[in-house]
Design a protein around this ligand. Structure first.
Ligand SMILES: Nc1nc2c(ncn2[C@@H]2O[C@H](COP(=O)(O)OP(=O)(O)OP(=O)(O)O)[C@@H](O)[C@H]2O)c(=O)[nH]1
Ligand SMILES: [Mg+2]
Length: 523
């Protein structure tokens, strides 16, 4: 007699699928195993569907808030401020994993500076020679060494072939040369060629750090060589590192690859051989990095805007002594300044308490680069609110994805699309005119808006006039696309500033709640 199976005698399809009458005992066993496995998978899918249905049912009363805006506008930084306010312990748990990002930001910035210096050395001398104050630019390569009092020793360990450390990176250079040159930097005439050579090992870590963060995924359009990460990368970084630490413990006898302390916390475990090696390289290179960062040639190229550094590069290079310390753990301020590009849409859930009511807020932090924007649309359907983040300091910058498009222009176009989108017509709309601190710095440094935005005309180039001018443009876009006569809540922000941002988040929360309660007919 056959063991009862999933096949039904009445169903013609089942009949066709019936086992052959001459089935052997081994075949029968294999078939039953397959059937059991198919049943298990089917039940698993049913259970997943049931949970999803429940989740959707439960989330009916939740608030869904989208953070929208172009790349680098500050969406993820704002998300971190929400996290700091409503789930600070989770930021604590991931603190150590941000070390990899900070190291990547530093290494990538150094690589960029050296590349620009090299390009200048290769072909831009004439252009620089035309600069009015080119005399103040110090020489930086072997071909240009003229004013230094003493030539660097040609026989450093890095002029010979560098040896290789445990993780495949060349080992750190000796520090004597760097210290010697630190003394000479006062003259503003330190040659950069030996510094470049000594930083070779550190710069070589750029790609490995990028791969570590992105999990090897390259996204077209990441022009500056930035890294795109998917939601949950911090947890994966910790898991990854734990796996690596365990593997290293099992397989290696090399003391360097083992964790330095016996009992280390989970967050400290988010550190692996690569990150430790980069930490060591940074520590031994910090004088060189300082010399490079304060080098008159670098400063002159920056003043002349031949070398453009991102805000996070300047932030971390200015704090290099702290960042390159052997026991470095990122501060909250460091985490807020660290830069990593969002890929797709990352969901963060917070329990928000207001007037004794606890409501789950789903915050959707999206990737803002043009190639990422198609991923936003599925979230428009049931969104309650949007915070549109527009970086007003970006008036003199162009899109990475399309270098002909001015960033303010792109923000205005994007805001037009959001305001006029039919799916979003009832959504509570908040506008953050962000990076006001950087806008102030630019205006104070004498950057003229008119040069980049001709319509600014003869207006006074002061902060108040400029910010009101940009605000008026966004308000105009809103007015022209406002059939439903909804209110636009506008805030001037600098989302790296925790105190003011958290106050603004409080205001936004209250205004969203008012609208939410009204629409839910609970008042
Ligand atoms: N000084 C300053 N820096 C800011 C401000 N807002 C964001 N930043 C920095 O700008 C960089 C980019 O910010 P992110 O929050 O990563 O930008 P994003 O909008 O999430 O970018 P994508 O994920 O690519 O869409 C980070 O290094 C932030 O620290 C601000 O108001 N002031
Ligand atoms: Mg982001």
């Amino acid at each position: 007699m056959r063991t009862p199976s999933i096949y039904s005698q009445d169903d013609p399809i089942s009949a066709a699928l019936q086992p052959a009458s001459d089935e052997t005992e081994t075949e029968r066993k294999a078939r039953l195993e397959q059937e059991a496995e198919a049943k298990r998978i089917s039940e698993e899918i049913d259970e997943e569907l049931r949970l999803e249905r429940e989740r959707i049912k439960r989330s009916k009363g939740d608030v869904k808030l989208l953070l929208l805006g172009q790349a680098e506008s500050g969406k993820s930084t704002l998300q971190k401020q929400f996290q700091l306010m409503y789930k600070p312990h989770t930021l604590e748990q991931e603190r150590a994993s941000w070390r990899t990002v900070v190291y990547f930001n530093v290494v990538h910035s150094i690589k960029h500076i050296l590349n620009v210096l090299e390009a200048w050395d290769d072909g831009l001398e004439d252009e620089i020679a035309d600069m009015d104050d080119s005399a103040s630019i110090a020489p930086f390569t072997s071909r240009h060494i003229i004013t230094m009092s003493e030539q660097p020793s040609p026989s450093t360990s890095l002029t010979s072939s560098p040896h290789t450390a445990t993780n495949g990176l060349p080992s750190s250079p000796p520090r004597s040369e760097a210290i010697e040159e630190a003394a000479r930097v006062q003259n503003g005439a330190v040659p950069i060629a030996p510094i470049r050579r000594r930083l070779t090992s550190l710069v070589a870590a750029d790609k490995q750090l990028a791969d570590r963060l992105s999990g090897g995924i390259t996204v077209s359009g990441s022009g500056k060589g930035g890294v795109f990460v998917r939601s949950g990368w911090q947890a994966r970084a910790i898991e990854n590192a734990l796996g690596r630490v365990k593997r290293n413990k099992r397989t290696s006898t090399d003391a360097d690859t083992k964790p330095s302390r016996e009992s280390i916390s989970t967050s400290e475990n988010a550190d692996d051989a690569l990150v430790q090696e980069v930490g060591r390289l940074l520590e031994s290179s910090k004088e060189d990095i300082q010399i490079l960062w304060s080098h008159p040639t670098v400063k002159a190229l920056m003043t002349k805007r031949k070398l453009k550094l991102d805000e996070w590069s300047e932030f971390f290079l200015s704090h290099i002594t702290r960042v390159a310390a052997p026991d470095y753990i990122p501060t909250t301020d460091d985490i807020l300044h660290a830069r990593i590009q969002t890929m797709g849409v990352a969901e963060h859930v917070f329990d928000v308490n207001i007037h004794g009511k606890s409501v789950a807020w789903h915050l959707y932090d999206v990737g803002g680069a043009r190639g990422q924007r198609h991923t936003w649309v599925p979230y428009f359907d049931d969104a309650n609110a949007i915070i549109f983040v527009a970086p007003v300091s970006a008036f003199d910058q162009y899109l990475e994805e399309d270098p002909r498009t001015n960033r303010i222009d792109d923000s205005l176009q994007l805001f037009t699309q959001i305001c006029s989108n039919a799916l979003l017509k009832n959504v509570h709309l908040v506008l953050f005119l962000n990076k006001t601190d950087l806008l102030k710095n630019k205006i104070d440094a004498g950057v003229r808006v008119r040069k980049y935005i001709t319509s600014f005309g003869e207006r006074s180039n002061d902060y108040e006039t400029v910010i009101q001018y940009f605000r008026a443009h966004f308000l105009q876009v809103h007015r022209r696309n406002n059939e439903n006569r909804r209110v636009l809540y506008t805030h001037f922000t600098s989302v790296v500033d925790t105190k003011t941002t958290q106050r603004i988040i409080g205001n936004v929360r209250d205004s969203i709640f008012r609208g939410y309660l009204q629409s839910a007919a609970l008042v």
